[in-house]
Design a protein around this ligand. Structure first.
Ligand code: NAG
Ligand code: NAG
Ligand code: NAG
Ligand code: NAG
Ligand code: CU
Length: 723
């Protein structure tokens, strides 16, 4: 009844992200996925009305009548998903955009039930940053680790919360993340922090579903209706001569809010008590554009990257690529007031030779001191970088900023982890070279990823497109899998070289985090910062595609002294990044660019680890795949079931009548006992959860659903009565 009630109520209320904290050993959450429309409001009559933004920022209902629109009441901002003030579709999780922040303790058993109410779309949930050790089939990658969750179906993810830090969850199907299917997943190390976690999600935003944009690529097999892909010369480039995205920029959001065309749409406000320190958890959940994030008059102290603590570094801004996260602290030590938080793209103009254009691609939020006047736009300006006090920028994907910009780079490879690393035994180290680029459209080593039909976790026979030997020279579309052994040091040299280079890529490895041992950049013009020739540390053997590379003579020095730990990292255009990890997690791990158009076009592959040690699937794990009806029918009395589902043959032993009766009686008795015991355990645990949750959380999930401000008591009663 509760579920049905939740389902019905989800249609009539919306809200901004709330936190659901759990300090227990077992943490259960339910996430209900559904679509809604921005810039609408559901009135007490249960009807959905459009809303309009007034000049003063208030939202006004618009009622449609025969003679046209008439003005309705002013509605609270919290009851409308405004996004950038333009009406479009959006995906909500438990009625929130972004989804709720889930907070658990390290090592907790996490149980997340995803209820798919999308009606005509499948879905999935990936917990970005989680190891999923022992449960690779809980990684949430459709057709790799599971079948997508069908409409009106649910799937329960069960896994251990490790490692600690800032993590997040998002759909891994199509471009649902880009429509809002994401949220923060915070794993606390020792104790629940006394100060609130402040996720700061960045997201680029368009005025239609991203998949209508995405299917328009010339490299996609099915070109769609969109006309968003710009001709190469018209695309936005940064000063270093690298393309930003093939899709033109429209607008962007911070925690689900932004402005389009200078409208007065509400923005996200973060409150800082004067003198206090706030810890932000900055996560790029968007699709395409890298953002440079800064706060007027405040510097940022970066304390973690991708959830892993680093020796603190003070900077004036951070470059954040899709899929990356940074924890940073800000001290409220400035005169009381409101200050702009800015996220700007690297746009410098059109074309690789950059024809400068006066155009700012920016989204803002507000840092408000407690006692400052509310609802007032800040009047602050961006900090200026001078010769005497240059600005420091974390995570440059290029060698340097142009001369005279008084801006210095702090590279990711400059960060120091707080955790020691011991230099690996080179004889136990396996080295692999992967080239990410556009030689045949977005691909890895000349291979565009072909999605398997049956999830790989079902094991052999795989329903995949194998890669032929000619892929390296001719290019192809296939299910690229690199097998790695268990218990070795695995070193990847991630390259962005040859004719396929031209943009920076941000690469995410599932199931792991890794050390970043080195980064190589191209030669560049010190005046302009533009690239001149690709890095010379790697030899492509005169192959302009550079798919069979090796070190050019000796390997450059790698940093084994507390190298930073990440799960997502940038490969500089015309350069490389070296990462390393110890293989200890059998499974099929997706390894891909986190820029959506690149990934969806095929810049993806599988790291297949220890295939002889894969854990067995849970009983009843859902299956999928093509059905043709032409399979050999099971012959009468046959005792063989083809074990496609479990990837191996299952033999049903024929039993005699008496044996069967005995088995049935015994199992009935057993299941009755089990049922009783289970009910007992469940009750005990439910009670335990109740008490501890109530203490720990001001707002439990059940409390957040029927909120006074969005569902009238009349409707609730009606629902109760019918159930
Ligand atoms: C904005 O203007 C409308 C109509 O003039 C008014 O009803 C509303 O109260 C105003 N909002 C604020 C925050 O002043
Ligand atoms: C945006 O609006 C503000 C306030 O109304 C105004 O000061 C500013 O000049 C406008 N900017 C642009 C680019 O139109
Ligand atoms: C660097 O760029 C400047 C300005 O375009 C140009 O004058 C100069 O010759 C370039 N230097 C090199 C080494 O290419
Ligand atoms: C290899 O290194 C040498 C010496 O630095 C350099 O001259 C050569 O151009 C490099 N080769 C490639 C393919 O970059
Ligand atoms: Cu990419």
């Amino acid at each position: 009844m509760n579920l049905l009630r939740t389902l019905i109520l989800t249609w009539i209320c919306v809200s901004m992200a709330t936190a659901e904290m759990c300090t227990d050993d077992v943490c259960e959450f339910t996430l209900v996925v559904r679509r809604a429309r921005t810039m609408t409001h559901t009135g007490s009559d249960g009807m959905v009305h459009g809303v309009e933004i007034l000049k003063n920022g208030s939202l006004q209902n618009k009622y449609v009548v025969f003679s046209g629109d008439i003005d309705g009441p002013i509605v609270p901002v919290e009851e409308t998903i405004t996004a950038d003030g333009v009406q479009r579709n959006v995906i909500l999780l438990n009625d929130q955009f972004p989804g709720p922040t889930l907070e658990v303790m390290e090592g907790a058993q996490v149980v997340v039930t995803v209820v798919n109410n999308l009606m005509r779309e499948a879905t999935s949930l990936h917990f970005h940053g989680m190891y999923m050790r022992g449960v690779p089939y809980m990684d949430g990658v459709p057709y790799v680790t599971q079948c997508p969750i069908l409409p009106m179906h649910s799937f329960t993810y069960r896994f251990k919360a490790e490692p600690a830090g800032t993590n997040w969850y998002h759909s891994h199907l199509g471009s649902q993340k880009e429509e809002g299917l994401y949220g923060a997943f915070i794993v606390h190390k020792n104790s629940m922090a006394s100060t609130p976690s402040l996720p700061m999600f960045l997201q680029d935003w368009w005025h239609e579903d991203f998949n209508t944009i995405d299917v328009d690529s010339a490299f996609m097999p099915n070109k769609g209706p969109g006309r968003y892909f710009d001709a190469w010369q018209d695309r936005g480039f940064s000063f270093d001569g690298n393309e930003l995205s093939s899709v033109s920029f429209k607008s962007a959001l911070i925690n689900g809010r932004g402005r389009y065309n200078n409208n007065s749409a509400p923005l996200t406000t973060f409150e800082v008590p004067p003198g206090e320190t706030l810890r932000f958890r900055l996560i790029h959940a968007g699709a395409e554009y890298t953002f440079r994030v800064s706060i007027d008059a405040h510097s940022m102290t970066v304390v973690a990257n991708d959830g892993h603590d680093v020796e603190p570094v003070q900077v004036q801004s951070i470059l954040v690529f899709p899929g990356e996260s940074y924890d940073f602290e800000v001290v409220g030590d400035q005169p009381s007031g409101n200050y702009w938080i800015r996220a700007q793209t690297l746009w410098a103009g059109k074309g690789p030779d950059v024809e400068p254009e006066d155009r700012l691609q920016e989204v803002k939020a507000i840092l408000a001191y407690d006692n400052a006047p509310a609802d007032e736009d800040p009047m602050t300006t961006m900090q200026t970088c001078t010769e005497n006090s240059p600005c420091r920028v974390l995570n440059c994907p290029f060698p340097a900023f142009p001369q005279g910009s008084n801006t210095e780079c702090v590279y990711i490879s400059d960060l120091s982890s707080v955790e020691e690393y011991s230099m690996p035994d080179e004889s136990e180290t396996e080295e692999y070279f992967f080239n990410f680029g556009y030689q045949i459209g977005s691909s890895v080593n000349g291979r565009k990823f072909a999605t398997p039909k049956m999830p790989l976790v079902f094991k052999t026979p795989y329903d995949i497109t194998p890669c032929e030997a000619t892929c390296e020279t001719d290019g192809c579309k296939c299910t690229y899998m690199a097998e790695v052994p268990l218990g070795k040091t695995i070193r990847f040299v991630l390259m962005n070289l040859g004719i396929g280079s031209g943009g920076h890529h941000v690469i995410h490895l599932h199931g792991y985090d890794f050390r970043v041992l080195a980064m190589g950049f191209p030669d560049y013009n010190e005046t302009t910062g533009r690239w001149i020739s690709q890095n010379a540390d790697i030899d492509c053997w005169n192959d302009n595609k550079c798919n069979m590379a090796s070190w050019n003579g000796t390997r450059p020095n790698l940093n084994f002294n507390k190298p930073p730990i990440r799960d997502t990292v940038v490969i500089p255009s015309r350069g490389y990044t070296v990462i390393e990890f110890r293989s200890n997690n059998p499974g099929f791990w997706l390894f891909h660019c986190h820029q959506t158009t690149h990934m969806n076009e095929g810049m993806s592959m599988i790291i297949a680890e220890a295939l002889d040690k894969l854990p067995a699937l849970p009983y009843g794990f859902p299956t999928c795949g093509d059905f043709t009806g032409t399979e050999k029918p099971r012959s009468e009395g046959s005792d063989e079931i083809t074990g496609a589902a479990m990837g191996q043959s299952v033999t049903v032993v024929e039993l005699g009548y008496t044996q069967l009766i005995i088995i049935i009686v015994i199992s009935a008795a057993l299941s009755a006992t089990i049922a009783l015991v289970t009910v007992g355990i469940y009750n005990a645990r439910a009670n335990k959860n109740k008490t501890s949750e109530t203490q720990a959380t001001p707002q439990r999930q059940e409390d957040t659903v029927p909120r006074q401000d969005c569902a009238s008591s009349l409707q609730e009663d009606a629902v109760e009565d019918t159930v």
